[in-house]
Design a protein around this ligand. Structure first.
Ligand SMILES: Cc1cc2nc3c(=O)[nH]c(=O)nc-3n(C[C@H](O)[C@H](O)[C@H](O)COP(=O)(O)OP(=O)(O)OC[C@H]3O[C@@H](n4cnc5c(N)ncnc54)[C@H](O)[C@@H]3O)c2cc1C
Length: 425
């Protein structure tokens, strides 16, 4: 039987410790760099990570208590982004002690921003089929190829690169996962403007770019195992709420915030115009949609009324599914549950888009000032595809749920014994 460990007792003294620490440390004139450094030194940045690397070896529940105490203190939240969400956990799992010291501490203190250089124009779902080559040259690899969809690559100083180091073995076996510095002559980053008006992801062209052999994580040609760890953390991050209730800031020097006083950053955040804040939203809460239906006199429309009830039910199912994912994560389990939460979010986002557009009617085609809620609803609808593609499409999540959660047979492998260079492409 799958027995859960007994719940940990609440830790009110930990809350007091964190609150006292904030009172003694937080100063509105200190720079963001100093604040994040202090959080990492105290082990409160990412409490479950090891001491000295931004954490204090806390359990998930203790980490939750620390996060709640920071939120109650009204301070700036932890560094956010690919580094903490998927990169550092990958290095903590597969990196050597020296690599953990070199890469995890700067992420914990927000001193670096990382992008994920996995997907390519011809390799997304079939990630192991990627063609970017890394050829050894002494203590370095020389890298040539193209990446795409690389979120925030234009604001990142480091990349988590998945590249082919051996084309003579089957496609999953000749890949390596390596850290690469983005500011070098062989890398050209070009942001792509999305249909919601944001330019959050980029094309990245690598032409003779260099990475150190010492910065390969998990061993040369062992990158597929390492990449799977990254992807499982990415899926979990889609539904996680680590910084809940706390304002977040982009990490790294290119974010431009590290040397600004924290008080000034908080004030700027409070006065920020609304539409940009809403770019990250991919769905509307059921209360917001019901309110919209009332405002437009459609709450009693027989067909829409049924759809509103349906949306509310699915929102609750998503909330509870997500709660289950988070509870599992608190017990240290990151597995197929994350795919269930991510899929539920993606399906709800599409429902939100369809229902809100039905309520707006022709006005759904207009964005900007003077439209309902200054174009928020349209903006959210234009972002509704994000969770059904990013971090793996819905079809891929269904495959993962089928194979890893339900134990269904795997798709028969057709290319497991064929060297990558002999594959038909
Ligand atoms: C907002 C956003 C941010 C992203 N950020 C990053 C990033 O930072 N770094 C990065 O490397 N990538 C990133 N991606 C890329 C993302 O991981 C890929 O888009 C995704 O894996 C799908 O790959 P693809 O676009 O090549 O589609 P394809 O793989 O070409 O898929 C096309 C269609 O075929 C279906 N399909 C493919 N294979 C199967 C199968 N075996 N079974 C059933 N159906 C299948 C897919 O579900 C999809 O509907 C991001 C994407 C988005 C939308």
């Amino acid at each position: 039987m799958n027995r859960r460990p007994p719940p940990e007792p609440p830790r009110p003294e930990l809350e007091t410790t964190v609150a006292d620490w904030v009172r003694a440390t937080w100063d509105e004139t200190m720079s963001l760099r100093r604040w994040w450094d202090a959080l990492a030194d105290a082990g409160f940045a990412f409490p479950t990570w090891p001491q000295g690397l931004g954490g204090c070896g806390a359990t998930r529940r203790e980490a939750h208590t620390i996060a709640a105490a920071l939120a109650a203190a009204g301070v700036i939240g932890l560094p956010d982004g690919n580094g903490p969400n998927m990169g550092a956990p990958t290095v903590l799992t597969h990196g050597t002690d020296a690599q953990q010291r070199r890469f995890v501490r700067p992420v914990a203190a927000g001193a670096q921003a990382w992008c994920q250089l996995f997907s390519e124009p011809g390799a997304g779902s079939d990630l192991a089929g990627l063609t970017t080559r890394a050829v050894r040259d002494g203590d370095e690899f020389v890298i040539t190829g193209q990446k795409v969809w690389s979120s925030f690559a234009h604001g990142s100083d480091h990349g988590m690169l998945l590249a082919r180091t051996n084309p003579d073995v089957a496609k999953h076996r000749g890949l390596s996962w390596m850290m690469i510095e983005m500011d070098q002559p062989g890398i050209d980053v070009r942001p792509l403007v999305q249909m919601n008006g944001a330019a959050e992801f980029c094309e990245v062209f690598l032409d003779g770019a260099r990475a150190r052999v010492a910065d390969v994580i998990g061993g040369i040609d062992e990158g597929w195992t390492v990449a799977k760890t990254t992807l499982s953390h990415e899926r979990a991050a889609v539904t996680a709420r680590r910084n809940r209730g706390l304002p977040t800031m982009p990490a790294g020097p290119l974010g431009g915030n590290l040397d600004r006083p924290v008080g000034e950053l908080l004030a700027a955040r409070r006065s920020r115009p609304k539409p940009s804040r809403r770019r990250g939203e991919v769905l509307l809460g059921s209360r917001t949609i019901i309110e919209l239906a009332r405002d437009r006199g459609l709450a009693r429309h027989p067909v829409l009324r049924r759809q509103l009830a349906d949306y509310h039910i699915h929102s609750e199912v998503y909330r509870l599914t997500n709660q289950r994912v988070r509870d599992n994560a608190k017990q240290g389990r990151v597995g197929p549950e994350a795919s269930i939460g991510k899929l539920a979010l993606a399906m709800l986002a599409h429902r939100s888009r369809d229902l809100s557009m039905a309520l707006l009617g022709a006005e759904g085609m207009l964005v900007g000032p003077g439209t309902t809620q200054d174009g928020r609803i349209q903006q959210v609808a234009l972002s509704s595809h994000v969770p059904s593609i990013g971090g793996g499409t819905n079809e891929i999540q269904r495959n993962i749920i089928g194979e890893r959660a339900l134990g269904l047979p795997r798709e028969p492998p057709v290319d497991d014994d064929v060297a990558f260079r002999d594959l038909r492409r």
